[in-house]
Write a protein that binds this ligand. Structure first.
Ligand code: ADP
Ligand code: MG
Length: 684
């Protein structure tokens, strides 16, 4: 790739006009990176048409409408104590005199809104129309313009998945600037590279939702290239592993710890756990580094399998790093593993971004000296100043993003360490080979004895009141409840309003309710999660808009309520459900669905009600075609592709893996591997 283009793709978003460090940090939260490239790979999911509608009666509940309105009256809102709020209401009328209300819930910008909508003036207003008490209402319009400025409202607006407090206006601004600058950077680029960025441009400027479906021309092209990048990386990685020149000498055993490990176990291992442990031990004794993925449904007991591997490594005197996706999960693992390691007699420590100063220094010294044999932590484990004496094994728990690059980066911290990945998302067998072609797979398909299947039911929204009355006694006697309210678009104010309303309503009934959502600061979010997990905090309901962290263990949480469950994909629902049922107490999952649930939506909910088997669900998930925008499909734990759709692109999978295997890997493919973050560095 030409240096100029490379530099441009790596430009920090804070240098884009109108962005700056604060917004760039938010982009980083949302995209997992803050470069122009990260933005380019984050593409719109739908297109909203904002053509003008003259009569409000032509729109139905949920439509986006752009309509000329005459402002009739103002009623200021405000706070009324005890969390009760009255919205600001601006009553308007369309051309035929039909009333339309505009509502604002946030009273801090009151003057601003009232000035934008003076009584007696015509304004063109665009936003989502909702029937509220039988009256057409627009909550927090997306656009309010004077009549002569109607063209400031985009006719077809590409909508980005948002969150972290980023609005659609910010997205379109950044996009416009990037694509104005891009052609110059492509000067002298080859045809394929131009074709690639041209496809990206078409997707970012999509003018109809049809342009964004999996089989739309440019999406399918990008999906193919993305697959080609991943498959090529897998081929390179495989060849590297198989290369006789990379054989290693197996570390000799110095200590006997396995008996102590078995004695320290508080339970009998299941057959599947034993089998997996044996497969891992065989890998560790081989002269090629282990590269194994353990797939086991939530609650199948993967942590103990990981510990067994760490202890096996400790027998040689070498070290193990256990990488968790979040601080919370790292601390949870540490709390469980430390007492067992104490019994066995090995030093176990934790290292996260929270460790600072002398405490951190001491931890690093202990790692460098080799005294610490098992260290649990987040990405902090691989900061440049963290040195290991002999890192023999890296265990990666529940990592959403675990592409080839990540694996390669880990390898460089030790001398070709063994790698063990744990995933709670079963991958249908048909896909496992194409996704993790360079890894061996163990499957834990058996749950610890005594586990009760989670009782799952579905319920229409109208019966939420009954549900609340029903769970109240259980909560009073100590049960904890996850209450999930999905937001497709975290900046969508109507959805956010719904969550706030639910939160307020629950607060009326229950004393101590927590709330976490995507627009919150990560620190506050973590703190609330922690409080909910803490038995003594008294917080017994947690309302969450963001998908609750995979792997979080709140043993007393025995009920999960999922609102608008029809908006989620099967795998995501199954993952969410796995937040409960982690002990031997009977747990419950209640799937609440809205009025406009589709047949497919109902089918999905029925699958969940009927089975608890993650592998069966994964197969179904692959079979059933997604309808519209399903939440959590991308985050379901399989490799997170930007453009690839597991259901729709199976032919592309085959094509790309064939091409990667048979064709020489050319410069363009190398660029693709860089762009899609799966470039392998086999030299390291
Ligand atoms: P996951 O596979 O989701 O990571 P965990 O490792 O967190 O599951 O295990 C879930 C719970 O089951 C933990 O409390 C763990 O102690 C317990 N557990 C694991 N294996 C067994 C077993 N063989 N018998 C009984 N309980 C077990
Ligand atoms: Mg786990």
């Amino acid at each position: 790739m030409k240096q100029e283009l490379y530099d441009f793709l790596n430009t920090d978003l804070q240098f884009i006009r109108g962005v700056g460090p604060v917004l760039a940090a938010r982009f980083c939260d949302l995209l997992g990176g803050r470069r122009v490239l990260d933005f380019l790979l984050h593409t719109p999911y739908t297109v909203r048409n904002r053509g003008i509608t003259e009569h409000v009666m032509d729109a139905t509940h949920g439509d986006t409408i752009t309509i000329p309105l005459l402002v009739k009256s103002h009623r200021a809102g405000g706070n009324f104590g005890r969390g009760r709020r009255r919205p600001t209401v601006i009553t308007c009328a369309d051309k035929t005199g039909q009333p339309v209300a505009i509502q604002f819930f946030n009273s801090s910008y009151l003057d601003y809104w009232l000035k934008k909508l003076p009584i007696g003036a015509w304004r063109i207003v665009s936003g989502k129309i909702e029937m509220s008490a039988g009256r057409p209402t627009i909550n927090h319009p997306d656009f309010i313009e004077e009549m002569q400025n109607a063209d400031k409202i985009p006719l077809n607006q590409a909508i980005y998945p948002s969150g972290a407090g980023l609005t659609q206006k910010i997205f379109s601004n950044v996009r416009d600037q990037i694509f104005v600058a891009l052609p110059e950077k492509l000067n002298g680029a080859d045809d394929k590279t131009r074709e690639f960025f041209d496809a990206l441009r078409h997707v970012h400027f999509a003018s109809s939702p049809d342009d964004l479906t999996p089989n739309a021309t440019y999406i399918a092209k990008l999906a193919y290239w993305e697959l080609l990048a991943h498959q090529s990386a897998i081929v390179i990685s495989r060849r590297h592993r198989d290369d006789a020149a990379n054989r290693r000498t197996v570390r000799p055993k110095k200590y006997d710890l396995m008996d102590k490990f078995r004695a320290a176990l508080p339970f009998e291992l299941t057959g599947a756990q034993n089998r997996t442990i044996n497969e891992i031990f065989a890998d560790m004794a081989a002269d090629t580094p282990m590269m194994r993925l353990v797939q086991g449904d939530v609650g199948s007991g993967k942590t103990i399998v990981a510990l067994a591997a760490a202890i096996k490594m400790a027998e040689t005197g070498a070290q193990t790093a256990l990488l968790a996706p979040t601080d919370t999960l790292a601390m949870q693992h540490f709390a469980k593993l430390k007492p067992m390691c104490d019994k066995i007699g090995i030093v176990c420590d934790i290292l996260t971004g929270r460790d600072k100063g002398t405490a951190r220094k001491e931890k690093l010294i202990s790692l460098r000296s080799g005294r610490t044999r098992l260290v649990v932590g987040t990405h902090a484990l691989f900061s440049t100043d963290v040195e290991y004496r002999d890192l023999g094994l890296v265990i990666i728990d529940e990592q959403h993003r675990f592409g080839v690059t990540q694996r390669e980066a880990l390898r460089t911290k030790g001398t070709n360490p063994d790698i063990l990945a744990l995933s709670a998302t079963p991958i249908p067998r048909t896909l496992s080979m194409t996704i993790y072609g360079d890894m061996d797979v163990s499957i834990i398909n058996e749950k610890p004895a005594g586990r009760k299947p989670i009782k799952t039911t579905k319920l229409p929204m109208a019966r939420v009141g009954d549900l609340i009355a029903h769970i109240k006694p259980q909560i009073d006697s100590g049960a904890k409840v996850f209450w999930v309210c999905p937001l497709v678009d975290e900046s969508d104010t109507t959805d956010m309003t719904a969550v706030q309303t639910r939160f307020d309503a629950l607060k009326q009934v229950f004393s101590n309710v927590g709330l976490v959502h995507g627009q919150m600061d990560k620190k506050d979010r973590d703190a609330t999660m922690q409080k909910f997990a803490d038995d003594n905090s008294g917080m017994n309901i947690l309302v969450a808009t963001t998908v609750i962290e995979v792997g979080i263990d709140v043993p007393r949480a025995t009920i999960i309520v999922i609102e608008n469950a029809e908006r989620f994909g099967l795998a995501a629902l199954h993952q969410l459900r796995g937040r409960v049922g982690r002990g031997n107490t009977q747990s419950y999952c209640v799937l609440i669905y809205g009025d406009n649930i589709s047949n497919d939506g109902l089918k999905r909910l029925n699958v969940l009600c009927e089975t608890d088997d993650g592998f069966a669900i994964a197969e179904q998930d692959l079979m059933m075609r997604g309808v519209g925008e399903l939440l959590g499909t991308k985050q379901s734990g399989w490799i997170q592709y930007h453009f690839v759709d597991y259901r729709e692109h199976r032919d592309l999978f085959r094509l790309a893996s064939g091409a990667a295997r048979d064709n020489e890997i050319d410069a363009f493919t190398h660029d693709l591997m860089y762009i899609f973050d799966c470039g392998v560095n086999v030299g390291a």
